[in-house]
Ligand binder design. Structure first.
Ligand code: P53
Length: 489
């Protein structure tokens, strides 16, 4: 009963929000390095240099004008540059994770740390060495690294010079990158994921593409699918024990009413937003509904010979997914939305929302696990979940984040039901931002997820000192009882 004996309890991070050291150790710039700070009401921007040399900033999800390139503008603060400085704190941080009893640690490799421009033939040894040290440190404590190969960025050079994932050559550069890290870490890392939240990628910051229209986006996504499948194949050849997964933002959705139009809208929205990506990566081919949609919209995907075969050969070993909230689908067009930053989520009157407007829906995590397991019958791994909230440091230094504990407790309880009552094959759970890091959506520090507090503010001021929150001790207990004792006290 309950969680399996070898359940992977841990936590999750990503280089662009946690690592820092953006110009150290021979690292090249990534597209994430030119994205400014923001807040709930002020969107993050992309800094660019126009063809005439003018430096300006535009909406982070807007298309980049022809000839423009990403750039750093000294008038702005860029949270990725230092982030919460895992680069210099990894020993201390991993010791804290070990103290909580972590079985695994999800992190990402920064592509431009290994291939600074992206098109080199030999990797940057200093970059490889950094992750060697990180993995060694994890393994010292028996912590299994879970590695995202690409989390929300791409070497800036590939974006500026080649239009990122729109250019087929980038598939080869990515394959070189995978080859370098698979070879190097084949005895240190077993769990991999190709592209973080593949269903949310679009435009310069995440795909490196200038344009954001459907034709551009789907062509780039086709290249991601091929690259991911090639990585799966190459990984299995490198080490047959590798487990290589996909990663999707699983935003569960409910029809607003039982009106057939709403239910059908929900089907269409679910396919569009998430199932399409899982279908291709788990089944190995494009689903009929998408091919018909491409036909209708005049979207033409340029494939190379062998692409269809490689998609089949490169189906993933497991599904990694993030689950933060659910949403509502409606056939009405005049719907009220709550600001979830990247994604606008329709209000669900039955659910409370976080201070950042994300609905809180623990029951939905069980539903999601069941939907995914019904559809694919693959092992599932919840690689992100958690509550972004502002924390108060008391005078005695303590941080009493009961709200975070309650959120996680309620989700773990539903995960347990999915395992115990529904027979879902859930292999692990890595709550997001286990050590405080920069928010992807808003670029803020104050939207915190961690068990460990990091002294850093929204402008990058702070000592970077680490301290244990109340949730630290609670999660430690959860892990030590293998999820049996999740009570607040
Ligand atoms: P932040 C939007 C919707 C769902 C997941 O998000 C998302 C986003 C992006 O904001 O991203 C994932 O930091 C992502 C992480 C990110 C985390 O969710 O906006 O994989 O990089 O930090 C939480 O609160």
């Amino acid at each position: 009963m309950g969680f399996p004996k070898n359940f992977l309890w841990g936590g999750a991070t990503a280089a662009n929000q946690y690592e820092g050291g953006y110009n150290l150790g021979g690292r090249g710039l990534a597209t994430s390095d030119i994205i400014t700070e923001g807040s709930l009401n002020i969107p993050r921007k992309a800094s660019i240099r126009l063809i005439d040399g003018t430096v300006t900033s535009i909406g982070r999800h807007d298309p980049i004008p022809e000839g423009a390139v990403g750039c750093i503008d000294d008038n702005y603060y860029y949270p990725s540059h230092v982030a919460t400085d895992f680069y210099h704190h990894y020993k201390e941080d991993i010791a804290l994770l070990a103290e909580m009893g972590f079985k695994c640690f999800r992190m990402s490799i920064s592509w431009s740390r290994i291939f600074p421009k992206g098109d080199e033939t030999t990797p940057n040894e200093e970059g490889l060495k950094f992750y060697d040290d990180v993995f060694d440190e994890c393994l010292k404590y028996g912590i299994e690294p879970v590695v995202t190969i690409c989390h929300f960025d791409i070497p800036k050079y590939l974006a500026d010079e080649m239009d990122g994932w729109l250019d087929r050559r980038v598939v080869d550069y990515f394959t070189n990158y995978c080859e370098a890290i698979f070879k190097r870490y084949k005895n240190k890392v077993k769990y991999w994921m190709t592209f973080n939240e593949i269903n949310l990628l679009n435009g310069y910051a995440t795909l490196g593409t200038r344009k954001t229209d459907d034709q551009t986006r789907y062509q780039a996504i086709h290249h991601l699918f091929v690259a991911s499948a090639k990585a799966v194949k190459l990984g299995h050849e490198t080490n047959p024990d590798f487990k290589i997964g996909m990663m999707v933002a699983y935003i569960l959705s409910y029809p607003e009413t039982c009106k057939p139009e709403d239910v059908q809208e929900d089907l269409f929205a679910s396919r569009d937003l998430k199932y399409f990506f899982c279908d291709v990566q788990c089944r190995g081919y494009y689903p009929a509904y998408k091919l018909k949609e491409f036909e209708r919209k005049g979207i033409i995907i340029k494939k190379e010979q062998g692409d269809d075969e490689i998609l089949k050969e490169g189906v993933v070993d497991y599904i990694g997914f993030s689950y933060y909230n659910s949403s509502v689908s409606s056939a009405r067009k005049d719907t009220e939305t709550t600001e979830g930053n990247v994604i606008r989520v329709m209000k669900n009157k039955y659910l409370k929302e976080s201070d950042w407007g994300w609905p809180i829906d623990p029951l939905g995590v069980r539903t999601s696990l069941n939907y995914l397991y019904d559809r694919y019958e693959l092992p599932l791994f919840i690689v992100e979940n958690g509550l972004g909230a502002s924390d108060t440091v008391e005078e005695d230094g303590s941080i009493n984040d009961d709200y975070r504990i309650e959120y996680l407790r309620d989700h773990i309880a539903e995960m347990k039901k999915a395992i115990e009552l529904d027979g879902v094959d859930l292999i692990g759970y890595t709550p997001w931002g286990c050590i405080d890091l920069v928010s992807a959506g808003t670029g803020e520090m104050k939207k915190r997820y961690g068990f460990v507090y990091v002294d850093m503010d929204d402008k990058g001021k702070g000592t970077l000192n680490r301290s244990r929150k109340k949730s630290f001790y609670w999660y430690k207990k959860v892990i030590s009882t293998n999820g049996e004792d999740i009570s607040l006290e």
